[in-house]
Design a protein around this ligand. Structure first.
Ligand SMILES: CCCCCCCCCC/C=C\CC(=O)SCCNC(=O)CCNC(=O)[C@H](O)C(C)(C)COP(=O)(O)OP(=O)(O)OC[C@H]1O[C@@H](n2cnc3c(N)ncnc32)[C@H](O)[C@@H]1OP(=O)(O)O
Length: 281
């Protein structure tokens, strides 16, 4: 059934050993022969932490799906319990200056590409989805999640601040007062809470079911003119997209300034240490 499997073994050199998770590509794209829908899978063990390489591969895969004229894009993870752990905190902790710039710029690219994608998009959230993971999921038009996982923008819990465009994605899904409270609290929603509040659209009992429900959502546009649909979506999302496009340089500057604050570095260090302690117990 797969028209093509664009998986990859592209060797990649990097000078920073701690970021070298794999020499192979960290995403795969599979296009269903019958439906024409592309499934984009993140595959960066152990937790799909969004580092520069995974973001670069995500960006290239989204581009490839747009260029292939796929009928839709479903974003998911190869990990059975984690959709994405969000940004790889190691990218922000004691960062290399040039790499930090490339990291944030590529994250901006991914958001612009996914939130502004011309094709219908859906997320099959088959595991936990904090922070950057939630950003990816809420950038899609539809979300199906498996039971007993969590999703949300927990940045305030880490002592960091979600940028405006993270909030835009969140606000495109949640009512303002729910979004505002959740952002201030750094709230992580369980699957049930996410469904009740509208942060996700459906619950599925397996990844296969989630993928099928996402495909069904994308199929709901089969009788709609694709150009009219994509121009409608892009008009609805234009204000948020232009806001970041027009302020990319300032957004990058703010991020670099903020991350380099000693108090932020200290907070990230403690958070990482706690994560490591927890994983050893
Ligand atoms: C005024 C405007 C200014 C603008 C300034 C901008 C500021 C920056 C904004 C940044 C925005 C977004 C931030 C993020 O996305 S930060 C990331 C947030 N993510 C989290 O908090 C999730 C943390 N992880 C977990 O909760 C759990 O790991 C999990 C995902 C639920 C999975 O649990 P698990 O039990 O299955 O796995 P676990 O044992 O915890 O982890 C395995 C190893 O992976 C490491 N790890 C986990 N998450 C991360 C991560 N996000 N980054 C780096 N490393 C991570 C963990 O430490 C374990 O490592 P090891 O095996 O011990 O070496």
């Amino acid at each position: 059934m797969l028209r093509s499997t664009i998986s990859s073994l592209v060797p990649r050199a990097t000078s920073v050993a701690r970021h070298m998770s794999n020499a192979a590509k960290l995403t795969t794209v599979e296009i269903n022969d019958v439906t024409g829908i592309a499934t984009l899978t993140m595959n960066r063990p152990p937790v799909n932490g969004l580092n520069l390489e995974l973001l670069t591969d995500l960006n290239n895969s989204i581009q490839e799906i747009e260029d292939n004229k796929s009928r839709g894009l479903i974003l998911t993870s190869s990990n059975p319990t984690i959709f994405s752990a969000g940004l790889d905190i190691l990218e922000m902790y004691k960062p290399d200056k040039e790499r930090l710039k490339a990291f944030w710029t590529t994250l901006q690219d991914v958001w612009l590409a996914l939130y502004g994608s011309a094709v219908p998009t859906a997320a099959a959230i088959n595991g936990h989805s904090p922070a950057g993971g939630c950003l990816l999921a809420t950038s899609c038009e539809y979300r199906v999640m498996l039971p007993k996982f969590t999703i949300g923008l927990n940045e305030t819990k880490l002592g960091i601040v979600a940028p405006k465009w993270f909030m835009s994605s969140f606000l495109s899904v949640l009512p303002r007062r729910v979004a505002e409270r959740a952002l201030n609290q750094g709230r992580m929603f369980t699957t049930d809470e996410a469904l009740r509040n509208g942060l996700i659209d459906e619950v599925a009992n397996s990844k296969e079911e989630a993928l099928a429900k996402c495909a069904e959502f994308i199929g709901s546009f089969s009788k709609v003119n694709p150009l009219a649909r994509s121009l409608t979506k892009q008009q609805l999302r234009a204000a948020e997209l232009s806001e970041l496009e027009n302020e990319r340089a300032q957004d990058l500057e703010k991020f670099i300034f903020f991350v380099n604050q000693p108090a932020v570095q200290k907070g990230l260090g403690i958070y990482l240490e706690n994560l490591k302690k927890k994983s050893k117990n």
